[in-house]
Design a protein around this ligand. Structure first.
Ligand code: FE2
Length: 187
């Protein structure tokens, strides 16, 4: 299988294209997929690990735009929060994650998160959610954990790092709170 087969743009669910806005972030998403999803992980703030959350890798960064691969540990609760400096599209890849965002009416039924498609991937693969800077959202993973892409546009003047560090709301753990404080101190 070559790279293009892993997640072809045209193989995404119909909602994928329909939800992309015709704005700077929407155009970035289209251009990244059209360019066959180039990998250019930056050395500066490109990796983020945290006990109790998981690991994050910035696959690509270009100015205020970036593509982040999020690997969330099993049985992790993501309490209600928003990312006040980041507008994003979240694209489910694999694993088991329940997610909701009431302001947009996004809600993943519990029985969907364990479903497997005929090709062996998660039946949720390719589900996409738009999150604006004011959109509170929450969720949790089950015993498999979960992976998803977060394709982002950071507010002008804010240095792109990791969405777990641009977090307004209840924190995941004390370690998470410390991590947020540390990242603010570095700015
Ligand atoms: Fe979030």
């Amino acid at each position: 299988m070559n790279g293009a087969d892993i997640m072809p743009f045209d193989g995404m669910r119909p909602s994928w294209r329909n939800q992309l806005k015709d704005d700077a972030l929407g155009r970035f998403v289209r251009s990244w997929f059209s360019a066959e999803r180039p990998m250019r992980p930056p050395q500066d703030n490109g990796l983020h690990f945290m006990d109790g959350l998981g690991a994050n890798l910035i696959l690509y960064r270009e100015g205020q735009f970036q593509v982040q691969l999020c690997l969330v540990q099993p049985n992790t609760v993501l309490p209600p929060h928003r990312h006040q400096n980041v507008e994003s599209y979240v694209v489910h890849l694999s694993g088991e994650v329940w997610f909701k965002c009431e302001s947009h009416g996004y809600f993943v039924p519990e029985h969907h998160i364990k479903m497997v498609a005929s090709d062996g991937t998660s039946a949720m693969r390719g589900f996409v959610f738009y999150l604006g800077t004011e959109d509170e959202h929450s969720g949790h993973t089950e015993e498999m954990g979960a992976s998803f892409l977060s394709i982002q546009k950071w507010r002008e003047g804010i240095k792109p790092t990791c969405i777990a560090r641009d977090w307004t709301g209840e924190q995941i753990s004390d370690a998470h709170g410390f991590d947020i404080l540390t990242s603010k101190a570095q700015k």
